[in-house]
Design a protein around this ligand. Sequence first.
Ligand code: NAP
Length: 309
Amino acid sequence: MSEVKNVVIVGSGPAGYTAAIYAARAQLSPVLYEGSVTAGGALMNTTEVENFPGFTDGVMGPDLMDSMRKQAERFGTTLITDDILEMDLKSSVKVLKDGSGNVVKSKSVILAMGSAYKEIGLKNEKRLSGRGVSWCATCDGFFFRDQEIAVVGGGDSAIEEATFLTRFASKVVLIHRRDSLRASKIMAERAFANPKIEFLWNHEVIDVLGEEKVSSLALRNTTTGVESKRDFTGLFVAIGHLPRNELVLDQVSVDSEGYVKVKDNTTHTNVTGVFACGDLVDHRYRQAITAAGSGCQAALDAERFLSHE
Ligand code: NAP
């Protein structure tokens, strides 16, 4: 690993793998760090993806990511199943250190670290995580067979989680702080038509209760302020995401919400030779297809940058 690489890609969602496919086809011999435990990104935790163009009958999220990974590998990407723990981006040769202690040097870096699930911030949320509190229905839904569980949120993620959980749960109560959903119409209508989903409007969860595992939720009506308690054995949190910027926060410019800033309609960050794409940059669209598109842009930007070096 002592030679200086052309491009190192950090992150393995649709953005990272697409950047790798393009960079590899441009003969740049990219190295992609896909993470030690989270390879494939957020789509690994979804079920059927119905809106990725080219799949008439939909495709399972993990299958889509596996195909992208194999495609990146086929053209010569070096895939490394490890995390990058440190980056020094300021010099013309960027220096990255991975979880095994290897140091990688590169002329350019593509940041594609994606985003992480947001927590509500309840007193007992962390303590009961894995004991009834979850951020991933596809990972944990199976454990809630014939039980009554709650989902918090009003966006597409919450609807997707709630709908998926009806496969197992006897009832899913979707708790939303307002009286209308943010989710897309098609997904909302599907949920409204699902007899196992109940909507609890204008309510917020103020704590999750239970000793060894979740037994109930403390709730507050957001219009009247009235507090109540209701029994649930599970709480699925689906209230959005936060950009995974911790490796670069003090090195590249980020906006007020922590998303990495890129120049104009490119993937150039404020640091020469450093490009950013996918959910790390985008809080507006956040789709697999837009992430893949921006990964393509990042590889093209890196290729042009390297050719003018
Ligand atoms: P989102 O659209 O930002 O929705 C977050 C939801 O959580 C909102 O309803 C918000 O309430 C609520 N919320 C935020 N903070 C909260 C808090 N502290 N307490 C209680 N509720 C809180 O996030 P998302 O659902 O993860 O979706 C993100 C993007 O991914 C969207 O563009 C979405 O279309 C896309 N996505 C697409 C699919 C699909 O097409 N299959 C699936 C999943 C996600 P308010 O509405 O009051 O702000």
